[in-house]
Design a protein around this ligand. Structure first.
Ligand SMILES: NC(=O)c1ccc[n+]([C@@H]2O[C@H](COP(=O)([O-])OP(=O)(O)OC[C@H]3O[C@@H](n4cnc5c(N)ncnc54)[C@H](OP(=O)(O)O)[C@@H]3O)[C@@H](O)[C@H]2O)c1
Length: 325
């Protein structure tokens, strides 16, 4: 009883701190967005593997699944917010030294403005190679956002990472659909010859890259990097590779480009909710291979091949089918 009372008295004498303020006093703080996403999870995993000791503040949404953060054992403070609402994130960045913004380029302006207001020194932004598309509808918005941000480099250091198409698990929204399609169908319609080059990047390689960029500030500060997979691969070979890894005998039906375009035109006239546009058919013919030489030179970026990376994704797919999901 007496002991209990003493304990309570001691607690009363201790200065009362607002926990969020206590965490940020004079300490170098990392602020991360998008850590619950496909590549963000790999970044978190790497931080855990490296036993990262610094303070991390993760911006998540009310309904984000934060299990991995909660179990990480790292010095993580979760804050809730919505990146689309600039004023809501401004007061979450006080005391922050560096931002790793994984979420999406569409919120980069909000993030950078909030960061500048809070005197943040460095922001690592995950953007996209989409800016290099020759089709304005695909690239214009990205170019405008990026070029506007780069002008703010006198106020804050900005490093831009530009992944190509990301794959690696059911968490991607591209390759998993192709895996599923090839598993369930014998025939695969290919718009055009499929000779265009792609260079998808494995999600784990990106998570590692975010970490390595962070750790090599002397070289990566204020620079831009394209982050692609090990080597370019023709679209037709990519489809064949997925088919082979699935152990399926798919037949690829090449539809000449002129016919593909015509079909897409007719389809879009008939169906107002068409799932593919004429321009998307044309964009599929674009080469999307990008050199990562700078990244290798500056922070040892060494991505795996598509043939290697797709194995795990196919395995995950087959396992989920076996479980009846
Ligand atoms: N997918 C591709 O092929 C591709 C290609 C090139 C570049 N990129 C870019 O690469 C980056 C990483 O991709 P990823 O696949 O890791 O992304 P992802 O899996 O889509 O994850 C997005 C993350 O952003 C969070 N988020 C979304 N809207 C938010 C909001 N309004 N406020 C706060 N947080 C929000 C999500 O939180 P919740 O957990 O709550 O959903 C999630 O953590 C992204 O910037 C993406 O645009 C993607």
């Amino acid at each position: 009883m007496v002991q209990e009372l003493r304990k309570k008295l001691r607690a009363l004498r201790r200065p009362v701190h607002d926990k969020s303020k206590l965490d940020i006093r004079g300490v170098k703080m990392l602020f991360v967005t998008g850590i619950t996403g496909h590549t963000g999870k790999w970044f978190l995993k790497r931080l855990v593997e490296e036993n990262y000791k610094g303070k991390i503040r993760c911006l998540v949404r009310e309904n984000s699944n934060t299990d991995l953060i909660d179990k990480s054992g790292l010095n993580i403070e979760k804050v809730y917010g919505d990146l689309s609402n600039k004023s809501s994130i401004e007061n979450l960045m006080s005391g922050v030294e560096t931002v790793v913004h994984i979420s999406t380029i569409l919120f980069s302006n909000n993030v950078i403005d909030a960061a500048i207001k809070n005197n943040v020194k460095w922001a690592i932004l995950v953007h996209t190679t989409g800016r290099f598309s020759k089709y304005k509808s695909a690239s214009e918005e990205y170019i405008n956002i990026e070029d506007g941000l780069i002008e703010k480099r006198d106020k804050i250091g900005i490093t831009v990472l530009r992944p190509t198409m990301i794959y690696g698990s059911s968490g991607d929204r591209n390759m998993y659909k192709l895996v599923d399609y090839l598993y369930r169908h014998k025939f695969f319609p290919m718009f055009g010859q499929g000779e265009n080059l792609m260079q998808p990047v494995y999600a784990k390689d990106l998570g590692d890259a975010y970490y390595d960029v962070l750790m090599n500030k002397d070289k990566t500060f204020n620079k831009d990097y394209n982050l692609s997979g090990k080597a370019p691969i023709k679209y037709i070979d990519l489809v064949r590779c997925v088919s082979k890894t699935l152990n399926r005998k798919n037949t690829l039906v090449k539809i000449p480009l002129w016919l593909s375009v015509l079909s897409a035109k007719i389809y879009n006239v008939i169906d107002k909710k068409a799932i593919i546009s004429v321009e998307q058919v044309l964009r599929m013919q674009e080469d999307k291979d990008f050199s990562y030489e700078e990244a290798t030179k500056d922070f040892g970026y060494s991505p795996i091949s598509f043939e290697e990376g797709i194995k795990g994704e196919v395995e995950e797919y087959l396992n989920s089918r076996q479980r009846g999901k």
